[in-house]
Write a protein that binds this ligand. Structure first.
Ligand code: DGL
Length: 298
């Protein structure tokens, strides 16, 4: 896998609209599939007046097993599509695209772009007392070391673990399933062995893939086997990203408030709209009615 063009994260997070921008409330949210809907779900209560345009590049999913050049090409075409639809701010709600293509997207898109790696690392920084952080993510995200670099930029030590079986298990709907529990037990045991070998005392686990928030319950249960190490806090970068977006935009208050239900959402998928509707409803936590099919190329 090519590991070129991986840049250091930008801290402090300065992604925001320029002063004087007449913001019309159009926010583009992009993921390789439905996982980014966990970020949209977190955005809704914070930006109840926004117009969200979501694209899930389901035809080209998974990104997590592909090369940097391919991920960048796919992500840039998706980002351009969102800008063409009027998006004034882009949320890259995909860890893999954020890890491997954020600079390409920023070069291609004439609007502010926020990824989920920087926000996840910033949240880990705010949470961890020991400064030692565990990260689970896709293979491509782990190979890029984007999280380890983002953690290091904040003075944290990050240990990353690729968990390639988790995305298909979530897509299959096997959330509270014995196979998923077993897979999680194995991955976490290997991750803690890695941390032990490096002499780390982790107290924080970052969910470095937007599919993983659906597994938060099973992950927290699996962590109980490691309770003798002390409490491990689970960080969901969707929540952290939503807070950063709300703070960067001149709409809403930037604080948590109950959903007013006035946000509008438009959904685009590059593969079956029927599958996007049924799977996406589970990720968003509310029914998805209209999904348009879009062809973003090969
Ligand atoms: N949503 C992607 C992420 O956050 C994972 C799915 C994929 O491999 O495309 O990394």
């Amino acid at each position: 896998m090519s590991q070129t063009k991986i840049s250091a994260p930008h801290f402090p997070l300065q992604t925001s609209l320029p002063n004087g921008h007449n913001f019309r409330g159009k926010i583009g949210v992009f993921d390789s599939g439905v996982g980014g809907l966990t970020v949209l779900k977190a955005l809704l209560p914070r930006l109840p007046e926004a117009d969200f345009i979501y694209v899930g590049d389901t035809a080209r999913l998974p990104y997590g097993s592909k090369s940097q050049a391919t991920i960048a090409r796919y992500a840039v075409s998706s980002a351009r599509f969102l800008v063409d639809q009027g998006a004034e701010f882009l949320v890259i709600a995909c860890n893999t695209a954020s890890a491997l293509a954020i600079d390409d997207i920023r070069d291609a898109a004439p609007v502010p772009v926020l990824g989920v790696i920087e926000t996840g690392a910033a949240e880990a920084h705010a949470t961890s007392a020991t400064g030692d952080v565990l990260v689970i993510a896709t293979d491509a995200t782990v190979q890029s070391h984007a999280y380890a670099n983002a953690c290091a930029a904040l003075g944290l030590r990050g240990i990353e673990k690729a968990c390639p079986l988790l995305v298909p298990l979530v897509e299959e709907g096997w959330i509270d399933h014995p196979v998923t529990s077993e897979v999680l037990d194995i991955y976490l045991a290997e991750l803690f062995a890695q941390a032990d070998a490096a002499g780390l005392r982790p107290d924080t686990l970052v969910l470095g893939c937007t599919h993983y928030p659906l597994l938060r319950g099973p992950i927290e249960r699996a962590l109980k086997a490691h309770a003798h190490r002390g409490q491990i806090r689970v960080i969901d970068s969707a929540e952290a990203t939503a807070r950063h977006v709300a703070a960067a935009l001149p709409v809403g208050t930037g604080t948590e408030f109950p959903a007013a239900g006035r946000a509008t959402m438009r959904f685009y998928a590059t593969d079956s709209v029927t599958k996007f509707r049924s799977l996406g409803t589970r990720f968003l936590g509310q029914p998805i009615e209209d999904v348009s099919l879009v062809d973003l190329g090969g």
